[in-house]
Design a protein around this ligand. Structure first.
Ligand code: SAM
Length: 276
């Protein structure tokens, strides 16, 4: 029925052809042009005006031109337009904020296929018991199914980066699968839980600083809810704590793993740093 001589290779899965794809960081457009071959529309958010100009120029005068919309700006600060699928060779500086921006959307995309530095990808998919299992793994897996798609060696990039990369697929949970708890509270607990590797949970929760922070938070909660607080509640007194092991290192295991510091800062929630 179809005339393949004139390119009538009709997509069997019309879902793909109907999709609006959001691409983060199109650069010169190597992935963008491939997306435009398949998708109904591609909206690309690019921080660098020279790159934005380049990708725009690349499709100029081609049929793909009217399917591409380039938004100039920081993907983390830009309000996302409606879209179905997110694709990105993610600039590594925004790995964590991008994942959490996507997962905290009221209507998250159907799926996201994202390339990250290998270690970040490994932490996203890590399971309990794995060395890299961390706050990022727990939080991300609460909100999405995450699978490893493929490894991408350094040689595939120009200029070659210092680390290997990997592609993961993130499929946000929907409906009844979506967690109902208060994210800020859960994340606050996870921050304490993952403060130190090889430390018992009890040790983390009874450290002076954590107890003082919990007391302070409880006082705020109590005052906002008209609850009388028992004066014997432990008071914050981090100053005289000379127990090295009990200090507050809230950069969690990311720092210990040699990842960029502040990597998980976009997880939101109860900020223990503020309380220290
Ligand atoms: N997609 C291209 C590719 O795979 O060849 C380029 C990927 S390159 C790793 C990342 C791109 O993201 C660069 O073009 C960079 O300018 C852009 N970028 C960096 N930070 C960004 C941000 N916060 N928001 C949007 N784009 C950003």
């Amino acid at each position: 029925k179809f005339n393949t001589n004139v390119g009538q290779h009709i997509l069997k899965n019309p879902g793909v052809a109907d999709d609006t794809v959001l691409e983060i960081g199109p650069g010169t457009g190597n992935i963008t042009t491939r997306i435009l071959e398949k998708a109904r529309k591609c909206i690309a958010i690019e921080l660098d005006p020279r790159m934005a100009a380049e990708v725009t120029k690349r499709v100029q005068g081609t049929p793909a031109q009217k399917k591409l919309e380039v938004l100039l700006g920081d993907a983390i600060k830009t309000e996302f337009p409606p879209f179905d699928v997110c694709i990105s060779n993610t600039p590594y500086q925004i790995s964590s904020p991008l994942v959490f921006k996507l997962l905290s959307m009221p209507n998250p995309p159907r799926t996201a296929v994202l390339m990250f530095q290998k270690e970040f990808a490994q932490r996203l998919v890590a399971r309990p018991g794995d060395t890299l299992y961390c706050r990022l793994s727990v939080n991300a897996q609460f909100f999405a199914r995450i699978t490893h798609v493929l490894k991408v060696g350094k040689a595939n990039f120009k200029p070659p980066p210092q680390v290997e990369s990997a592609v993961v697929r993130i499929t946000p949970k929907t409906g009844a699968e979506k967690p109902k708890f208060n994210f800020a509270e859960m994340d606050g607990m996870l921050r304490i839980t993952f403060t130190r590797k090889n430390r018992t949970l009890r040790a983390s929760f009874v450290s002076k600083e954590v107890l003082a922070m919990l007391a302070r938070n409880y006082r705020v909660y109590a005052s906002m809810n008209g609850i009388d607080v028992d004066d014997s509640l432990v008071e914050g007194d981090a100053g005289d704590d000379d127990d090295d092991d009990a200090d507050m290192d809230m950069d969690d295991d990311a720092a210990a793993d040699g990842e960029a510091q502040g990597d998980d800062e976009e997880f939101g929630g109860m900020d223990v740093d503020d309380a220290a």
